[in-house]
Write a protein that binds this ligand. Structure first.
Ligand code: CO
Length: 193
């Protein structure tokens, strides 16, 4: 692990050299553009993939980027992002080949995590017919990845935090995005690409 501390020193030194005020400005506060909910997967690091600077995204990550109405952790993050940081965009950032999605599709028992994956099994149950038309497990996983991102966007709309914000006139745009680590590209499921 020591190599990371060495890399950190080099990174800090390099940034300081190119902009001596950088860390001072960073310490003064944050004003991120968006809240991003992503998967914990080590390969999808959103800031890196999206070329974001420190301070641009307020980020929460969990297995398979789930919005659970019983999850005080994410709901608190969202409340803070909306009410205090005044973010105007919320991105649900899923990724193809997601292990959490694969696990939710399998009939095997995985222990404690099955309680978390139950959130995704609800998405499976609501889309059984469509998923049955997918040829092969890979196709089924990737379609469920997309359906899950869209379902979590709907879950965000159902939270009291979001409803209150909209009622009080906040403009919040929701973005269903999926990262494909076989190409490095992020797809916008709302259209575009
Ligand atoms: Co994942």
């Amino acid at each position: 692990m020591d190599q990371f501390l060495v890399k950190n020193k080099e990174w800090s030194k390099k940034l300081n050299a190119s902009n001596p005020a950088y860390f001072q400005q960073l310490a003064e506060g944050q004003s991120p553009k968006a809240l991003l909910l992503g998967c914990s997967d080590s390969r999808v690091s959103p800031s890196q993939v999206l070329g974001a600077e420190l301070g641009e995204f307020f980020i929460h990550r969990n297995i398979a980027n789930v919005v659970s109405h019983a999850d005080m952790n994410f709901l608190s993050v969202m409340q803070f992002a909306i009410e205090v940081l005044k973010v105007e965009h919320i991105i649900v950032y899923g990724h193809y080949g997601c292990g959490g999605i694969k696990a939710a599709l399998s009939n095997e028992a995985h222990g404690l995590i099955d309680n978390w994956l139950a959130n995704i099994r609800d998405v499976i149950n609501r889309n059984k017919e469509e998923l049955s038309t997918c040829e092969g497990i890979g196709c089924q996983v990737n379609r469920l990845v997309e359906l899950n991102v869209l379902a979590q966007i709907e879950n965000i709309k159902q939270t009291s935090v979001y409803k209150e914000a909209i009622k009080s006139g906040c403009k919040i745009t929701l973005h269903p995005w999926v990262f494909d680590f076989s190409t490095g590209l992020v797809h916008d499921l709302a259209g575009g690409d």
